[in-house]
Design a binder for this molecule. Sequence first.
Ligand code: ATP
Ligand code: MG
Length: 263
Amino acid sequence: MGEIIAIANQKGGVGKTTTAVNLAASLALAEKNVLLIDFDPQSNATTSLGFGRKDIDFDIYHVLMGSKRLSEIIRETEMSHMHLAPSNIGLVGLEKEFYKKTSGRELLLRKSLQEVEEFYDYIIIDSPPALGPLTINVLSASHSVIIPIQCEFFALEGLAQLLNTIKLLRENINPNLEIKGFLPTMYSAQNNLSKQVLTDLSMHFGTKLFKNYGDKNQAYVIIPRSVKLAESPSFGKPILLYDIKSNGSVAYQNLAQSILRSR
Ligand code: ATP
Ligand code: MG
């Protein structure tokens, strides 16, 4: 059975989508069969892979509403081992539906995944910047969660709330939900704040950083601030297909290696 990994942080713009897309692509490069699920109505992961809103007739919303099966909306991508379950703006409508439905609403995504789970080594789920019902569905469906932390001021603000939500989910819905790790993102060596965030992270969560097998000089995986990483979505490509040798691409491949070796 595949491993289901959520990428979550209710803070906006911390690198969730960039991580979801590029981790999924890096695992696919290592010939693992990967499904990337876009579970954010902003559909940034979907557009990052070159799909326009008009290209998507049916998306994850239709699956959760029961009008399509997950296998019917899955699309192939430019990477041979990587598939995408797209989202569209309609996913916001799901929140409304949730309020009508009394029981089992947290488990809609988990139930939908059962159909395809056995075909993938990894299922990576991108989530929206909120701790609402959509993110609760993602965390209820996942074996583990990666929390991207932007190396900027206020980086750790809101983290206690996220950790508390994870704790409540473990107690009530998903007892085995594991924190796979914290991933420092948008790190710039010239920036003292960046360094401070890293120090704070390694002090509080040192055992939950990703061991780096690709660079002897860096104990754990850090995603650098990289123009190439920011540009690649506008070409509809993961960084691997845009500039495989760039430092951002190498960092996401190191993250994938860390995950592959931790199994
Ligand atoms: P949201 O909360 O809105 O879903 P997010 O957490 O998914 O945001 P991203 O969309 O991945 O965050 O990143 C926010 C912005 O920062 C994007 O424009 C992205 O291209 C850029 N970005 C992400 N990671 C990096 C990086 N390592 N270096 C430079 N720019 C980056
Ligand atoms: Mg996003």
